[in-house]
Design a protein around this ligand. Structure first.
Ligand code: AMP
Length: 431
């Protein structure tokens, strides 16, 4: 099977790596990919994965490429092409593609849509209101004493959620979005949610339109610095499974969210094929969904796919074909930990082009896989090319072993200004 993967981050490297294990794959491309992706070889015939210099948002060029190469399955990593309707476009051109169509991708591309859907179908979520005018928004924020999350409706590169501790902060956030229009059209509407306290974890479920199969739990570390301090980032590390829910609790929570979600999708004629990734808070008064994403998490993918035992091509095929009910998900019992190494300054401004050393030494360690996120080739060197640079991932028989192995690999790698958190999975070890 000829496969095209769209995207260039750590998530896409993990997808390519796992797909490359499958004996079904005869040729694979990634657009635009990165230096690590370009080093992967297919299990079937040892051929290298080819990176194609086309951006993940350039739908016409991606379509032309897929038609020319007669791609048999396209796998979409990031949210942006999904929100732009890549799935609808490919399907119109009789190409098989894995991911939600534009209507289904609204679970991520519109927070107003998601919030309304959750309320309509009884999915447990935060108390919330949706607004386009600042006066009504401020009145609602005042009812919450200003303790709230103000959320831009549309996609905002992970920067569209402003956490407020009091009314002054809430009014400022509302003015920035609705009056100053700092987020442009994406911020024409907002959702304001009450501020929830508890343990935040990620759920993932693979869906085919009728069936949703839940993955084990994972936990991201969104803040840049140790102890959950500093700015919000795309994610500085993760691990799976978490100790916060046992299997029975996870099953129950999964049903609480996924049963009404599947019912609502059927009612609204939404055919969701892909990954539904709810961000949830375990609060004293039960589970609450903070938001839905409509694709694999990054870096959650790195820990999930190092644990997944199923053939990923067969799994994605079943998702596209509506046959997930026939598949049983199988996971390695080991724990996986991913530590993200980022450029100095990230998530603010950062420089690119720093030479990365020690990748081969890290790769020699047992049970370690270094996924590339923002890397590029410069002559014979691999250099930094993004904010998040690497996702150093290790499997271990327990959390401590996996964490120790991941940090041992991080110690082997060097680039100027490398920053990473030293406490990935620490909360779980204390639990
Ligand atoms: P979201 O993109 O909606 O998941 O929001 C980004 C981050 O903001 C989440 O990962 C949470 O840490 C935080 N957050 C979002 N909504 C809330 C809420 N209602 N209460 C507390 N924290 C929240």
């Amino acid at each position: 099977m000829k496969i095209l993967v769209i995207g260039s981050g750590g998530r896409e490297h993990a997808l390519v790596w796992k797909l490359a294990h499958s004996p079904h794959v005869t040729q694979m491309w990634c657009a635009p990919g990165n230096a690590g992706i370009a080093q992967e070889r297919l299990a079937k015939n040892s051929s290298l994965v080819e990176c194609v210099n086309v951006s993940a948002a350039d739908l016409p060029k991606l379509l032309a490429f897929a038609l020319e190469k007669k791609i048999e399955l396209t796998v979409v990593g990031p949210d942006n092409p999904l929100a732009l309707g890549i799935v609808d476009l490919f399907q119109k051109n009789n190409l098989r593609i894995w991911g939600p169509n534009q209507k289904a991708a609204q679970f991520e591309s519109s927070k107003v849509f998601s919030q309304n859907f959750m309320e309509k179908y009884g999915i447990p979520t935060a108390r919330a209101g949706t607004f386009s005018g600042s006066a009504a928004a401020k009145k609602f924020a005042a009812e919450l004493n200003g303790k709230c999350a103000v959320k831009v409706d549309g996609l905002a590169l992970g920067k569209g959620v402003l956490i407020c501790a009091n009314e002054i902060e809430a009014n400022k956030a509302i003015d920035e979005i609705l009056v100053a229009k700092n987020f442009g059209a994406a911020g024409a509407n907002i959702v304001i949610q009450e501020f929830l306290e508890g343990v935040e974890i990620s759920l993932h479920a693979i869906c085919d339109g009728k069936t949703a199969k839940l993955f084990p739990t994972s936990q991201d570390h969104k803040r840049a610095l140790d102890g959950d301090k500093g700015l919000n980032t795309g994610g500085m590390g993760t691990y799976s499974p978490t100790p916060f829910l046992n299997d029975a609790e996870l099953k129950k929570i999964g049903e609480t969210i996924l049963s009404p979600w599947l019912f609502g999708c059927a009612e609204e004629k939404i055919n969701f094929c892909g990954i539904l990734y709810p961000g949830i808070m375990l609060t004293k008064s039960g589970v609450k969904v903070l938001e839905f994403n409509a694709r694999f998490g990054d870096p959650e993918t790195q820990v999930y796919l190092t644990r997944l035992e199923n053939d990923l091509v067969e799994l994605l095929d079943a998702s596209v074909n509506g046959a997930l009910d026939k598949i049983e998900l199988k996971w390695k019992p080991e724990v996986s930990v991913c530590v993200v190494m980022a450029s100095s300054g990230y998530p603010g401004n950062y420089e690119k082009g720093k030479i990365i050393r020690g990748l081969d030494d890290a790769a020699k360690l047992p049970d370690v896989k270094v996924f590339h996120a923002g890397t590029a080739k410069n002559g014979n060197e691999i250099v930094t090319n993004g904010g998040r640079v690497l996702g150093v991932t290790a499997l271990g028989k327990d959390l401590k072993t996996a964490q120790t192995a991941a940090y041992a690999a991080v110690e082997k790698i060097y680039f100027a200004g490398a920053q990473f958190r030293r406490d990935i999975a620490a909360k779980a070890l204390k639990y």
